[in-house]
Ligand binder design. Structure first.
Ligand code: ZN
Ligand code: FE
Length: 253
């Protein structure tokens, strides 16, 4: 049975996800409770677990209300436990759980925050990345170093390419505009930017995408690409230096 995944728009541009596997229903992040409850009620699903990616308010604002309503187990990164709502289980790498397609592997992907985790479902072919790897972009580096964030993205880039990446915000249009400034000759990127514009015009979400597509189009995963390096005038730089320059440019974009 494949995972049944609901994408739930929350707040102005956040996404929560509802994941139904053979072992039950879990939620990934809780920006606000209302839209998540609506999505669950429409399906008649009862969540048992809520997994949090990081401590930022726009990912945890609905936790108390959801816990109260469903009595679910709240899990999140141990490294951010002091900044998170009370956890029933503090997660580290190796705290794997669930069964079958619902088997979940927490990955440490620091940079945006120091304890940020992504949740990989290797048997379900999905990874929930929130504000680490984002469609055509990545999160801002608030707490960690550029090198740390680069390493985190490389870790995600090494997952099986058919994995579907589910990220935390609908930022893809702006990310596409930036990506075209540093990788303008990339035909896969040009085509994707068009698709994203069409999808957004129809109010469809675009922050859920195959990793293979990201590898071909997301400049933050393409630090080794000769054309991007030439555009930056940094042919001889290390990959992490390219990443840092891309992130600095995006911050000022
Ligand atoms: Zn965040
Ligand atoms: Fe966020």
């Amino acid at each position: 049975m494949p995972l049944d995944i609901l994408t739930v728009p929350c707040l102005s541009d956040n996404y929560a996800y509802v994941v139904k596997g053979p072992d039950g229903v879990c939620l990934i992040d809780a920006p606000e409770a209302g839209p998540i409850i609506d999505a669950l009620e429409e399906k008649g699903w009862n969540p048992g677990v809520l997994m949090l990616t990081h401590h930022h308010h726009d990912h945890v604002g609905g936790v108390a209300e959801l816990r109260e309503k469903y009595g679910l187990k709240v899990m999140g990164p141990k490294a951010e436990e002091a900044k998170l709502p009370p956890l029933d289980l503090a997660l580290e790498e190796g705290t794997n759980g669930g069964e079958g397609e619902g088997y979940t592997v927490p990955l440490s992907v620091p940079g945006h925050t120091l304890g940020h985790m992504a949740f990989h479902f290797p048997n379900g072919g999905a990874v929930f990345t929130a504000d680490s790897l984002m469609a055509l972009g990545c999160g801002r580096v608030f707490e960690g170093t550029m090198e740390m964030m680069h390493n985190s993205l490389q870790k995600l880039a090494a997952l099986p390419p058919e994995t579907v990446v589910y990220s935390g915000h609908e930022y893809t249009s702006a990310n596409a505009r930036f990506a075209l400034t540093v990788d303008p000759d990339n035909e896969a990127l040009q085509a994707r930017a068009k698709e994203v514009a069409e999808a957004r015009a129809a109010n469809q979400p675009t922050a859920q995408v195959k990793l293979s597509v990201e590898l071909a189009t997301n400049p933050f995963l393409r630090c080794a690409d000769p054309s991007i390096r030439a555009h930056l005038g940094m042919e001889g730089a290390k990959d992490a230096e390219i990443f840092a320059e891309l992130r600095r440019r995006k911050d000022a974009f």
